[in-house]
Design a protein around this ligand. Structure first.
Ligand code: PMP
Length: 396
């Protein structure tokens, strides 16, 4: 049994360091940026509650407001339009339930896509089962993209909200958010975007893209876990999920997690276009070499615009689960599908929605790159895949 050192190095039973781990699962989560960690430690050591009006409270408030301003700036929003949450799951639940329960209509109509994260699809299904909303789930094309024309065709007189993600967490595919935003604005229907995967990694501007509500999460961009935001355009009213205390202008009760918020703000500032450019080079190198090594490889979503952080692929005849386990044994950490599904044997719903058979979907592996990923890491993965695939039994 190995246990892990803080730098990701694995330790053998005798306590000696063995193979270093290569972490290629950044779509699941990322390591904390050093400057964000320092900022968090400073804020955590202070005692103030950001709601208090004495100097310690004012100091904590300043940290929170600095982060709020940075996040608002990065989205093209105003600071008053940003509400801090415990992460993207809460923000997504807040957006859906907050709009449906705001009570303009009884059992209103919601539109979501077939490839949303469970933190959208499950509250949507719950709202429908509980009789609170009627839900339409839109299909995607074979590249995994929602078609804007399908959104337009699904709108009805009782539609209150459309929720389509910015970037898919399994394939990295970008949806036509600006086009969908134009359609929703013209129809006077609210548009929510789960931008957990794409924030700071692909163009995003709430005003230019006519986005009314938007979710982001700290831990996808080297910020801390357990913190996120919901942007809500000025004038959009939401019923709170958490009542009490009057925090966040009365829309989200609870003492603000000032250290995590400060760390999120720092991480946003430090995830730059230069990082995106470097990771683009890594993905291009990986996919070029992968195609050369395995000419029959399928890269899922390759025909659509994608972010460079995620490559989802399959070598026909190879079990994704078996490859995942063998890579893990060799200290290379990837995902057999999305992190949320990786302990299950059910095929990815995202890949099934793209038209893959269950057998094809079970061949998929997701590798996802982060700021710490090097060309050497990518080459080690390519080498391991080559040697494993020679020895891995084909799927029955
Ligand atoms: N939406 C998407 C697209 C995600 O990838 C994730 C994280 N896997 C979430 C929402 C949930 O984020 P959090 O962990 O911050 O609750």
């Amino acid at each position: 049994m190995r246990n892990e050192l803080p730098d990701g190095t694995a330790r053998g039973v005798a306590g000696r360091a063995v193979a270093p781990r290569i972490y290629l699962d950044h779509a699941a989560s990322t390591s904390l940026d050093d400057a964000a960690a320092t900022r968090m430690a400073d804020v955590a050591r202070a005692s103030g509650n950001a709601s208090s009006v004495h100097s310690a409270g004012v100091w904590a408030t300043r940290e929170v407001e600095r982060a709020r301003m940075r996040i608002a700036d990065a989205l093209g929003a105003s600071p008053e339009e940003i509400t801090f949450t415990s992460g993207a799951t809460e923000a997504n639940n807040f957006a859906l339930k907050g709009v449906v329960w705001s009570g303009r209509r009884a059992r209103p109509h919601l539109i979501v896509s077939a490839v949303e994260h469970p933190s959208i699809s499950e509250p949507a299904a719950w709202l429908q089962a509980a009789g609170h909303a009627r839900v339409t789930t839109l299909p995607v094309d074979s590249a995994g993209r929602v078609r804007a024309a399908d959104v337009e065709a699904a709108l009805g007189p009782d539609t209150v909200l459309v929720s389509v993600q910015h970037v898919n967490n399994e394939t990295g595919v970008l949806h036509p958010v600006a086009e969908i935003g134009r359609i929703c604005r013209a129809a006077e229907v609210l548009f929510h975007v789960d931008a957990s995967q794409g924030f700071q990694k692909a163009p995003l501007n709430v005003a230019a893209m006519h986005i009314d509500l938007l979710t982001a999460s700290g831990h996808k961009l080297h910020g801390p876990k357990g913190v996120g935001v919901l942007y809500a355009r000025e004038g959009v009213s939401l019923v709170p999920l958490l009542h009490g205390g009057g925090h966040e202008r009365g829309v989200r009760g609870g003492t603000l997690n000032a250290p995590a918020i400060a760390g999120f703000g720092e991480a946003v500032l430090r995830y730059t276009p230069a990082d995106v450019e470097r990771i683009t080079g890594l993905q291009q190198h990986f996919e070029r070499e992968l195609r050369a090594l395995f000419p029959n490889v399928r890269i899922h979503g390759a025909d659509a615009p994608r972010v460079p952080m995620i490559s989802n692929f399959a070598v026909p005849g190879q079990s994704g689960k078996a490859l995942f386990l063998e890579l893990d044994r060799r200290g290379i950490l990837v995902s057999a599908s999305s992190a949320c599904h990786s302990t299950l044997l059910t095929p990815s719903g995202v890949l099934i929605a793209m038209g893959l058979s269950p057998a094809e979907a079970n061949e998929a592996l997701r590798v996802s790159f982060g700021r710490s990923t090097t060309v050497g890491d990518v080459d080690t993965l390519l080498h391991a895949l080559t040697t494993i695939i020679k020895g891995v039994a084909p799927c029955p």
